[in-house]
Design a protein around this ligand. Structure first.
Ligand SMILES: Cc1cc2nc3c(=O)[nH]c(=O)nc-3n(C[C@H](O)[C@H](O)[C@H](O)COP(=O)(O)O)c2cc1C
Length: 202
């Protein structure tokens, strides 16, 4: 895939904003173009979990924005809403049960929902990073429905086999798996290699 093809990154109102900010920083560092969409509650989680209250703080936390375009979640005419716009795929991280349910039903009432719907219909990668505990039968049924439709359900469930010492190690575990599923090779998080664990470089 051409290096210039962008990833759509959506941040919704589930706990786990640090995963999204780390992912955005990694994509920035790798020079991957990003179409960024943040739901209203996503902004609230950025404020509550990271004291990020606006675009300037988000820019500062996720590295200099080289190729990031921030879209409003109510802008259903934006580029990620179009199936004809080339895309490497979409990540919803973190993904609330509300957004997950809407995508499962194809409601497309926001740019995030529409872009996810487009990813499914165009048979592109759609990686959903849910965070809720416990899951209800409705949550589980929605996840199964989405998996059948082609989405990857990649829960924010870091492992402990790499003996994490810092919160950042747990974040990198999840972000590393997202990057792998996007097909972007970066040294983020641990990797198994011939039975040994190779730690990420940062
Ligand atoms: C501080 C806070 C934490 C929340 N954590 C979660 C969560 O971990 N998982 C979840 O599914 N919803 C969580 N919610 C509820 C969602 O934010 C809520 O359902 C919202 O309507 C989702 O909207 P969105 O998907 O458009 O962002 C949380 C809400 C708040 C205010």
């Amino acid at each position: 895939m051409a290096a210039d093809v962008s990833v759509t990154l959506a941040l919704t109102g589930a706990s786990g904003a640090p995963y999204a900010v780390r992912l955005l920083r990694a994509l920035n560092e790798a020079d991957v173009p990003v179409g960024l969409v943040i739901s209203r509650t996503g902004w609230r989680l950025l404020a509550e979990e990271l004291a990020i209250t606006g675009e300037p703080e988000l820019r500062a936390a996720s590295g200099p924005w080289k190729r990031v375009v921030l879209y409003g979640d109510d802008d259903r005419g934006a580029t990620p809403a179009s199936g004809s716009a080339p895309s490497r795929g979409m990540v919803v991280c973190p993904c609330s049960m509300g957004t997950l349910a809407s995508i499962a039903q194809g409601t497309t009432r926001s740019l995030i929902e529409r872009a996810a719907d487009v990813a499914l219909k165009e048979r592109r990668r759609l990686i959903l990073v849910p965070r809720e505990t416990p899951y209800s039968a409705i949550h589980l049924e929605n996840m199964l429905r989405l998996a059948h439709a082609g989405a990857t359900i990649l829960p924010a469930s870091p492992g402990f086999y790499h003996r994490p010492e810092r919160i950042e190690d747990l974040i990198d575990f999840v972000v590393g798996r997202i990057l792998q599923h996007l097909g972007i090779e970066l040294a983020v998080g641990p990797r198994w290699k011939a039975g040994e664990i190779t730690p990420g470089s940062d």
